[in-house]
Design a protein around this ligand. Structure first.
Ligand SMILES: Cc1cc2nc3c(=O)[nH]c(=O)nc-3n(C[C@H](O)[C@H](O)[C@H](O)COP(=O)(O)OP(=O)(O)OC[C@H]3O[C@@H](n4cnc5c(N)ncnc54)[C@H](O)[C@@H]3O)c2cc1C
Length: 484
């Protein structure tokens, strides 16, 4: 093995860490000598959803511009990661490859194989933390086991040494010229449907500078009211940093320390720790992505209901808060957390459609689609996860709407056909008097659908389905067919 000389380049292999600040791999490589920044779109790992791929395209564009401004070309390549790394090593004479640790099981396994193959080639490799606040295996119960309940997990995080201070952007970056790469468009990340990306572009500015702006704006404007406003979809009261965290245009350490500088918002830090907790579960529970953690759910009588699924996806269930959420998701690639819970509950408990079908739709349409948070949240809502909301607690979409969107402003924004309806009936338009509907220009069943089911009946059906899944034997209950 050749000893690394001061001028031997290091390859910084970027993936979901598309920033220059608080980037340990980049800082370490820059301290050793020239840097080859490389992004590989590896088709052999599980594909990402459409909206997240759009966000990736934007983040790569911004990262490329930030690096170019410092005289470093970002090398983009598509193909098998190991082949491309070997190719770029041969082209540059690099003796060191460094990257940020990934946690998705398939990607982590690939990275471990790549690290050992490169070491056999005589190449030094190093991986660094940056995606989470705490490494999943570092937070342990007194007995040394993993946590399966959130509250003690978060207590253990607060008791642990705090996340290290974020690193500044390295000042001494030197690049290597002439490394061949693809164009960003050649990676084909932007979905072909013309309309969809336009809505996403109107809603989001993705890149490191945009993420820092968003963090500054949130801490200055909304952090103090977060505890009360965070549940109100009609108020811009949350940080909307989730897509940035997902693609790594900001690091959770940068957020943690910014919140601390603003006097610490414990509620906000608690929420960010849900993200760490989700990955804590995903990395340590085999089959967590595909199987209910509570095994009694293995015999849950999910319904096959393509029409119900389509109505839910299109925001046409007839329950305005659910439909507004699903349309917000389609139009902007994001949905408010409270509404994610209501819409997800409607799918699994009212429609009795398998949570995995909901998780798949979210994974394709969310700009923040994140394997850890999405899987853990769907298992939580379905009542089958580690720290699950009890299945028998079934959200009433009308009451949830009235409580969290009291004037109906959120519903009006995403369901223009109800925009002129009186607030008293905005969450149950089917009950509005005919003359009021006429004045608001609403024709039930024509301009806006009647509810696809009756919530009170659906609730009874869900409870019967739960009873069946908990019982040892027997046929699915008859009430499971109530609305078929
Ligand atoms: C069914 C369902 C699916 C979800 N899928 C995803 C997903 O794919 N990706 C994703 O990032 N979040 C997911 N969430 C969690 C949550 O809805 C979003 O993180 C949040 O709405 C993002 O908006 P924000 O950045 O304004 O949040 P804020 O309220 O500002 O919270 C700050 C950060 O904390 C983290 N966070 C907050 N709540 C949660 C939570 N319940 N679980 C995990 N992390 C959380 C996020 O990283 C978020 O950016 C899901 C929730 C539900 C109920």
């Amino acid at each position: 093995m050749k000893p690394p000389s001061f001028d031997t380049p290091s390859i910084v292999w970027f993936s979901n860490d598309l920033r220059l600040g608080d980037h340990r791999a980049l800082t370490r490589a820059a301290a050793r000598g020239p840097v080859v920044p490389l992004y590989i779109h590896d088709d052999s790992t599980p594909p990402m959803g459409g909206a997240a791929a759009w966000a990736l395209h934007q983040a790569l564009h911004a990262l490329g511009a930030d690096l170019a401004a410092r005289g470093l070309p970002l090398v983009l390549r598509r193909g098998k990661a190991l082949d491309i790394l070997r190719d770029v090593i041969a082209a540059t004479g690099a003796r060191h490859v460094t990257w940020s640790r990934r946690y998705e099981p398939a990607v982590a396994a690939r990275d471990a194989d790549i690290a050992s193959a490169l070491r056999e080639d005589g190449i030094e490799t190093s991986t660094h933390s940056g995606f989470l606040l705490f490494e999943p295996e570092s937070i342990r119960t007194g007995a040394g086991t993993m946590f399966k309940v959130y509250t003690p997990f978060s207590r253990a995080c607060f008791a642990a040494p705090p996340p290290e201070r974020p690193l500044p952007v390295p000042q001494n970056l030197r690049g290597v010229d002439g490394v061949k790469g693809d164009t960003l468009d050649a990676l084909k990340l932007v979905p072909r449907t013309a309309q969809w990306p336009r809505g996403l572009a109107q809603a989001w500015d993705i890149g490191e500078a945009a993420a820092q702006d968003r963090l500054r704006d949130f801490t200055a404007r909304a952090l103090t009211g977060y505890t009360t406003d965070r549940d109100r979809p009609d108020i811009d009261g949350t940080s909307r940093l989730s897509p940035h965290l997902h693609i790594g245009t900001i690091s959770p350490r940068q957020i943690w320390h910014a919140i601390m500088r603003h006097g610490g918002g414990e509620k906000y830090l608690q929420e960010i720790l849900w993200r760490d907790f989700s990955w804590h579960l995903l990395t340590q529970i085999p089959d967590f992505i595909t199987e209910p953690l509570q095994k009694s759910f293995a015999r849950f009588p999910w319904r096959d209901d393509p029409a119900g699924l389509r109505a839910w996806q299109q925001g046409m269930t007839g329950y305005p808060i659910v439909d507004a959420g699903m349309r917000q998701l389609w139009q902007t690639g994001w949905m408010h957390n409270r509404v994610r819970m209501i819409a997800a509950s409607f799918l699994v408990k009212d429609l009795l459609i398998d949570w995995r079908q909901g998780a798949a739709w979210f994974a394709d349409t969310l700009v923040d689609a994140d394997l850890g948070s999405n899987t853990a949240s769907w298992q939580w809502v379905a009542g089958c996860g580690a720290d699950a909301a009890p299945y028998f607690r079934i959200f009433n979409p009308t009451l949830q709407g009235a409580k969290f969107d009291p004037r109906g402003d959120y519903v009006r924004r995403f369901i223009p056909e109800l925009a002129r309806l009186d607030a008293r009936y905005i969450h149950e338009p089917w009950k509005a008097p005919a003359d009021m509907l006429a004045r608001a220009g609403v024709q039930m069943g024509k301009t806006y659908p009647f509810p696809v089911l009756d919530h009170a009946h659906a609730r009874q059906r869900a409870l019967a389905a739960l009873k069946f899944s908990k019982s040892e034997a027997g046929q699915p209950p008859e009430s499971a067919d109530l609305f078929d």
